[in-house]
Ligand binder design. Structure first.
Ligand code: AMP
Ligand code: GLY
Length: 432
């Protein structure tokens, strides 16, 4: 309802949610943003309530008690269990896909079968629910590396790139027999290894119109030169220089529109933010994965570049009016460097005092998005693996990175870890 004063609830607790909240606070139509569960840094921008992101009845009660007008359901797990369905049933307007549409991320088997059925380019694959048959297939293929993926949600850890039969056997044992990821491993997808630069494209969609946001590039490995374990993401840049206009046109024709049409044809219209994880192969762009939500830390570089009103866009995605809604982007560049707790994504300490932030958790010249912090006795403390995302804009990518890294050096805590090469490949490509 344009013109009406709106109170918005954002569900989630990371840097991505912080970026969404900062943007929603800019909307002239939004009078107040609240968050559940949030974190210490988010609390400077939105009142936080300690309700778990997956607590459906708790969240419905909170929405009613706080009389919210709109809910943004951000993380994958509440979407997959039907948070949007429950809230909508109680009369709360939501941004985010319902449970049926969220399957595009929650089940890799569903996503792969859909891509095959509708001719959407992706890696060749086979599906197994029997570990012995899966192993026999991998050995028979004898093509390395081989990519093994747990069907369900696995905190970003459900993908193993096996270099040989021994690694494949170990991965299949862990996923399918030991059930390291619970029922997420009851089925696996085994797929062809693709190579090429990876690009993330988040897109707003109302189930008819697709409005891609500015492209971005994540850095998933823990250490410089793409070494170390896979993480949730150690830094991002936007736009990606690998995502040329020609690639963008092909993606729209061959991937984005066909995906939205396919979801409609399957009786699962998707409304919200659809995340396309793409690989630009020699044979053209292919889908590596879909997510049913904003990416983290992609959001921390993409939303700062949005010039239009995020709240209006979110409303339009729900009401089916995206075609008539403005989505304008800045022509600047953005960079976000994550500062993590030493040891992440393995075990790490919490409760370390963070220095270099003001009383609102900010730092001059950059935007600090809080991922895992708490606020106690006037101090910000570390409270997670990924702690802070330091985001900056610039006329060039180099300028954005310089600003971000200058602040990263001034924001310190014991055993802090960050990558020193965020954006390096993009800069090399950009200058090529
Ligand atoms: P996902 O969780 O599906 O994003 O996979 C995690 C990471 O594994 C991706 O970002 C890619 O770097 C890598 N990956 C996934 N599938 C493939 C594939 N078919 N070929 C090569 N790399 C892949
Ligand atoms: N940064 C990757 C993701 O959000 O899935």
């Amino acid at each position: 309802m344009p013109g009406h004063a709106m109170k918005v609830l954002v569900i989630g607790s990371g840097g991505r949610e912080h970026a969404i909240i900062r943007k929603l606070n800019e909307s002239p139509e939004v009078t107040e943003v609240i968050c559940a569960p949030g974190n210490g840094g988010i609390a400077a921008d939105a009142v936080c309530f300690s309700v778990k992101a997956t607590d459906i009845s708790g969240m419905c009660e909170l929405a009613a008690r706080e009389a919210v007008d709109f809910v943004c359901v951000t993380p994958d797990d509440p979407l997959a269990i039907g948070m949007v369905d429950a809230l909508e049933e109680k009369g709360f307007a939501c941004f985010g896909p319902d449970r049926a549409a969220a399957q595009i991320e929650a089940s890799k088997v569903f996503a792969k079968n859909m891509m095959k059925k509708y001719g959407i380019p992706t890696a060749d694959y086979a599906v197994f629910d029997d570990p012995a048959k899966a192993l026999a297939y991998v050995k028979e293929q004898n093509s390395w590396p081989s990519v093994i993926k747990a069907d369900g949600l696995a905190l970003g850890k459900g993908v193993i790139i096996a270099q040989n039969a021994g690694e494949a056997e170990k991965a299949l044992q862990e996923m399918m027999v030991d059930r390291t990821f619970g029922n997420a491993g009851s089925q696996v997808v085994i797929e062809e290894f693709l190579s090429g630069p990876e690009v993330s494209v988040l897109a707003f969609t109302d189930g008819k119109t697709v409005r891609p946001m500015i492209s971005s590039m994540d850095h998933k490995r823990a250490n410089d030169n793409d070494e170390g374990l896979n993480t949730g993401g150690m830094g991002t840049i936007a736009p990606s220089p690998f995502y040329t206009e020609e690639v963008a046109d092909r993606c729209m024709k061959e991937i984005f529109l066909p995906t939205v049409k396919a979801m409609n044809a399957e009786g699962r219209p998707f409304k919200g933010c659809l995340y396309f994880g793409l690989m630009i192969t020699e044979k053209g762009p292919k889908v590596i994965e879909y997510n049913s939500r904003f990416g983290d830390p992609e959001t921390q570089v993409v939303l700062p570049l949005l010039k239009s009103d995020l709240f209006r866009i979110m409303q339009a995605c729900r009401s089916g009016t995206l075609a008539e809604t403005e989505t304008e982007w800045s022509d600047q560049c953005a960079a976000c460097v994550m500062i993590a707790s030493g040891g992440y994504p393995g075990s790490y300490a919490k409760g370390k005092v963070i220095r270099g932030l003001d009383e609102n958790g900010r730092h001059a010249g950059v935007t600090v998005y809080h991922s895992g912090t708490k606020f106690e006795n006037g101090q910000y403390l570390t409270n997670g693996g990924r702690v802070l995302g330091i985001s900056a804009l610039g006329r060039t990518l180099g300028e954005a990175l310089e600003k971000s890294y200058a602040a990263v050096k001034e924001i310190t805590f014991e055993n802090a870890h960050y990558r020193t090469d965020i954006g390096k490949k993009a800069l090399e490509r950009g200058n090529a």
